[in-house]
Design a protein around this ligand. Sequence first.
Ligand SMILES: Cc1cc2nc3c(=O)[nH]c(=O)nc-3n(C[C@H](O)[C@H](O)[C@H](O)COP(=O)(O)OP(=O)(O)OC[C@H]3O[C@@H](n4cnc5c(N)ncnc54)[C@H](O)[C@@H]3O)c2cc1C
Length: 467
Amino acid sequence: VRSGRCCSRWVSTLHDGRLAGEYTELEGWGRRPRSGAWIRRPRTVEDVIVDASPRGVLARGLGRSYGDAALNAGGTVIDMTGVAGIRAFDPMTGAVTVAAGTSLGELIRAVLPFGWFPPVTPGTSQVTVGGAVASDIHGKNHHVDGSISRHVTSLTLLRGDGDVSVAGPEHHADVFWATAGGMGLTGVILDATIQLLPVESSLVRVRTERTGDLDDLMARLEAGDREYRYSVAWVDLLGRGASLGRGVVMGGNHATLDDLPADRRRTPLVYPRRRHVTVPDALPDGLLRVPLVRLFNEFWYRKAPRAATGLATVPGFFFPLDAVDRWNRLYGRRGFVQHQFVVPAGAEEVLRRTVERFATVRCPVHLVTMKRFGPASGGHLSFPLRGWTLAVDIPVGFGLLPRLLDEIDDRVADAGGRVYLTKDARMRRSTFTAMYPKATEWCEIRNKVDPSGRFRSDLGARLGLVD
Ligand SMILES: Cc1cc2nc3c(=O)[nH]c(=O)nc-3n(C[C@H](O)[C@H](O)[C@H](O)COP(=O)(O)OP(=O)(O)OC[C@H]3O[C@@H](n4cnc5c(N)ncnc54)[C@H](O)[C@@H]3O)c2cc1C
């Protein structure tokens, strides 16, 4: 595997012991759609096998994509979480090679004591390195550091033609850019080498500011670009009139030793374990209605300081939702849709109209984040581009949902923006084609690395990326 394009490992029989799997119904983090697949659980890289299953094969990480990106109805799904661990780490340079099934939480626990931190983290530590690269994830620092592919120096890919490629921005660059953001459809990522970020402490110095309306919120986010490596805003989409688009803006930087209180300076890199509560799988559908969510939004807004600076822990700042295991169950079995889009700088009007539209239709949404993005990566299907992004969690069952989201998609596409594939479960094929013009080039590379079309996902089939 380590020696590059040398190792043919697909087999065509389902009688091989390593191919034994169980048929299981799978879902994404949004809990729908669901589809059944044969699951394999390899424990080592050698056990990862791509065969000629009639309904195709797909790698899956921790299932934190929201829609149908990690589903493969009637086919095979390779659960990569057993293929985990740090393969190599140089504490002097911060270069780390990680097996694809390792979670970002495990990676942080391993490298933070040495003064290193992942260069990009999403809103949860419960994603695998393979899933992070396949979605080319962004963090609160995209305006400074770009997406994860900017920091991956090389990855090992088991391709559909049975070969193993070691690809990076400097070698087999076409395969690399088709795979970073390629949603698992070019092959199975076996490992990735990532350049970590040096930090002096495990704390973050955070500035929190409450904002009165949308203009105020956007102005403060923009002003924070120069001052903060990390920034994000929570938006109250039930605010109306003078409070339309009010919210809370947070900006943060890794705390230096000088930022720490005297008693923390001796142990600046400690990373304590957090207690979790778990949401039971017995909550009814439709729990989150407008009056309850409005009350909660009011509480959330008032609880934030008008303006304050303080120190936060890594989980508290980067992964606040991880404190509640399986919080997606709050939406009941019907689940929810996360809609995240980006519009280029200059198309702020689309953002404004979307916020107004949500407020007018009285949609019961609490989890709403707005961020600013820097330049796009080279990934053909990568999501971020320089501009503004808004992510909204909407309960399934809200009557206007399909029409509302199609309407927003059209405006976003007209403005040159796009919807994030790893969150999507419903975008129309024509919208996708308009939003991702580099998909044609991606298909050519994909046909090269997977000529018989072994890799397949429900998302890929829905959007016409695979048959
Ligand atoms: C609470 C929460 C907050 C989030 N915040 C952010 C955020 O701020 N920014 C952001 O960018 N994303 C965010 N996400 C989305 C998440 O980062 C991505 O969906 C990520 O891909 C999930 O990783 P996973 O291991 O769970 O992958 P899965 O959901 O299991 O799979 C996602 C995709 O990756 C592919 N894949 C997985 N493993 C491999 C592999 N080894 N080889 C090839 N392909 C593979 C799958 O086929 C699938 O297409 C968030 C998700 C949640 C639940």
